[in-house]
Design a protein around this ligand. Sequence first.
Ligand code: 5AD
Ligand code: SF4
Length: 485
Amino acid sequence: MIDLQLTDKKHDEARQGEALVTAAPLVRNGRKLYIESYGCQMNFADSEIVASILLDQGFETTGDYKEADVVFINTCSIRENAEQRVRNRLSQFGAEKRRNPKLIVGVLGCMAERLKSKFLEEEKLVDVVVGPDAYRELPQLLNEVESGHKAINVLLSREETYADISPVRLNGNGITAFISIMRGCDNMCSFCVVPFTRGRERSRDPHSILAEAQDLFDRGYKEVTLLGQNVDSYKWKGAATDENREAQEIEVNFAQLLEKVALISPELRVRFSTSHPKDITDEVLYTIAKYENICNYIHLPVQSGSTRVLELMNRTYTREWYINRIDAIRQIIPDCAISSDIIAGFCTETEEEHQETLSIMDYVGYDFAFTFSYSERPGTLAARKLEDDVPEEVKKRRLAEILAKQQETSLFRLQQFVGKTVKILVEGTSKKSDRDFCGRNDQNAMVVFPATAGIKAGQYVNVHIDRCTSATLLGTVVVQEEAAV
Ligand code: 5AD
Ligand code: SF4
């Protein structure tokens, strides 16, 4: 799973608290929905499903919760401070509810499942609590609230994939979109709440995935990111309905799915996240290498560089296994960018084991890393079986060392592009200045360049890279044909 955050601190500047809005539906019921999403890309994609369900009921979205009839907060439980941020935000909504008692406040997603009735009983301001597999029930649950009851549904499902719901695109740039290809996780990493909050792993019907990707492409989108907690274990087996609505028995693994999406058009870029070191196959790597439009970028979380810690984390691979996978990537896709998730200060981690994390970072040379200090989550295997015994200041120091190394490496990796020409997909104007455009290259590096006449979002352009920071490449558009990397 990939978090929409660089570090816990950076989260404040990222997508946290961003109100998600989209065009109004054709038939309106006069009511307004405000929805805010926290945490990973999967949550963001779920918010698009929720919005789609309510837009079908005639709701409009609004970016201002003060003018909303219904306020939803799609929550994240991954670390304690993610939950704390949601609580703070809920108390702001509480103030609004005191002003406007008719306002309906709902908690969705991972915290909903984890804290269930606690929200309804202790935190009186919440009217409706809905877990990640119960979004279809939202219209009925809202009706219950309107008839004066609190409403809750946090049941997890073994089947729900929302395959038939075409998500509305919230805050979209009209160019890049997420597609969920599976839900839940069966891995039981000992630090992680996701298997508890999102339930068992299930894969989505490949035809519905392909139809969604084709529809996006037909509407002008140029990049899709296939999302799953562990995309490498994607497996569809069974009946599927083809374009002619005929049921047939098929078996599709992740490499085959990637290929099918890539074949929609060479103009449609394909990304995916998250890969699991224990499951990523050479077949997937060869598929990436074979298709130019499958981006050369793999998010392959290592979590720790120590085999003993990896075992305690229940990651089911060793340091050597991970290194072997990195070697395979380097051999099969030589210019592939690799990113990681790293946890500092997991239970019983020694100084030497922390050094092993730093040394594996040196070995891989990650282009990018999401780094976290270990936060014990109630109900997880680690919380039940292991002692959270690394002192806070040690965790902090180890995290700072990991971050410092990553910043150096990120800068080094980006410097390799300086002086070269890269092909990028223009996403729109840059966040900092509307006189600049931005877009990503194949390896997922953000490229910023002065807006140039005749160039617009959704176009592929070649940009000559003049310089870089540790996070961004800066360049100028190349007008004449020049080979891009
Ligand atoms: N403490 C710290 N980091 C965690 N992650 C997941 N659970 C925890 C936890 N309890 C990190 C992992 C995962 C990423 C999404 O969040 O690195 O890959
Ligand atoms: Fe959590 Fe591990 Fe599943 Fe990722 S693979 S969601 S870290 S249990």
